[in-house]
Design a protein around this ligand. Sequence first.
Ligand code: BTN
Length: 330
Amino acid sequence: MHSKILEKLKQQTPEFLSGEELCRQLGITRSAVWKHIGNLRKSGYQIESVTNRGYKLNKIPNAPLPAEITPLLHTSSIGRTIHYLDQTASTNKTARQHAENGATHGTVIVTDHQTQGRGRLQRNWYSPAGANLYLSIILRPPLPPMSAPSFSLLTGLAVRRACCGFAADQQIAIKWPNDIFINGKKTAGILADISAEQDCINHLIIGIGVNVNLESQNLPPALQETATSLKIETGRSINRPALAAAILDRLEELYDPWLKQGLTPFLDELHHSSLLLNREVSVSNPRSTIRGKVTGITPNGELSLQTETGAIQTIAAGDASIVNNGTVKL
Ligand code: BTN
């Protein structure tokens, strides 16, 4: 009902819509209309009410609310159910609870603020309120668990494509495995969690964090050198629901070809959008650190390196840093 009232108010903008008309069109009482208007105001919608004229929508909040994302979506399954929370510890954690309770393929959890946002390799993900995008998607691909890492790589491609739509004139690259860099600084990250049996995935949770409208003065000192936001790079405020819808659209476009053919159809794009291709890098994981020149990404999503000896080595997981004149950076 919430979204029906909103739809009616949007259709009527910039005119007033009378309470009587709302009751008639939606078949609800005056007090129900009043209650819903109150809830919309709590979500940040500025709605003017004037006796004998009715209600007028003056401002839509720039927040990732389902009522704003859904009308922009072109998907058939991803994002068709969206749960929004003003605040949560981590959308990946909330998504896991939903997945364990049977949430369907494509369900999305989105929030304005994470109190314990998680990054890869046990890091924190800086998640202040009012500026960014934090969302997690529950997927149920009918595939074995070993195929999951390649989808999290592909999510990087979806997020890059979506960001390009809002910052076409900027250099947007993917740093393997799936960090999104704009003009050399990190803007978005992806964290995948999986629940699987030996030969099948129960659910895959793809968590996406994008620094959208974060201002540079609000970046914590530790991130000043290495992180940025779409707004910092473009100088423009970005509509968060529109970016969320674009990410979900792009992800669904990639999903079916990936189910059938894996990463193969996307290798060219992964290569040409790679921050690391042909660069000298050092890749660390808990078992080892390997240094070499990046020669590409394999169809399984591994990073392929040519080491000092000339041998080609592939790495399935790790943290890559670019080596500049012998010093490791990023
Ligand atoms: C990384 O680059 O280290 C990954 C960052 C992933 C952050 C997102 S924000 C939404 C989802 N919830 C989390 O707690 N983390 C992911």
